[in-house]
Design a protein around this ligand. Structure first.
Ligand SMILES: [Mg+2]
Length: 118
């Protein structure tokens, strides 16, 4: 079973994504509430997949993506975005993001994205 690390400052968003990923057969290894914690948990757990919210306090998703990619260039990172974040999405692509999931979550979309990655 593939292990996922969910990094998001919104409790509701983490919960919804956890339920969705578990339904799709993933094991949620951990959740982190900001980029700093997410990076530390990434190093500790070495998950198969990371979901990174773009907007977070302390360390945002773009900075966290850069650190994770520095740690492991092959890390598979999916960015969680909201409407109107085109600029940030372009930055994320530049730094090696594998995919994007847009809030609010759509189960079929998420499933399609994960299938394409596998
Ligand atoms: Mg956020």
């Amino acid at each position: 079973m593939k292990k996922v690390l969910i990094v998001d400052d919104s409790r509701t968003s983490r919960k919804m994504l956890r339920e969705l990923l578990e339904e799709l057969g993933y094991e949620v290894a951990a959740e982190a509430v900001n980029g700093e914690e997410g990076y530390l948990k990434y190093k500790e757990l070495k998950p198969d997949l990371v979901t990174l919210d773009i907007t977070m306090p302390k360390m945002d998703g773009i900075q966290t993506l850069q650190l994770i990619k520095k740690e492991n260039a092959d890390a598979v990172v999916i960015m969680i975005t909201a409407a109107g974040q085109k600029e940030k999405m372009i930055q994320a692509i530049k730094h090696g993001a594998a995919e994007f999931i847009t809030k609010p979550y759509d189960k079929e979309d998420v499933e399609k994205i994960l299938t394409n990655l596998a």
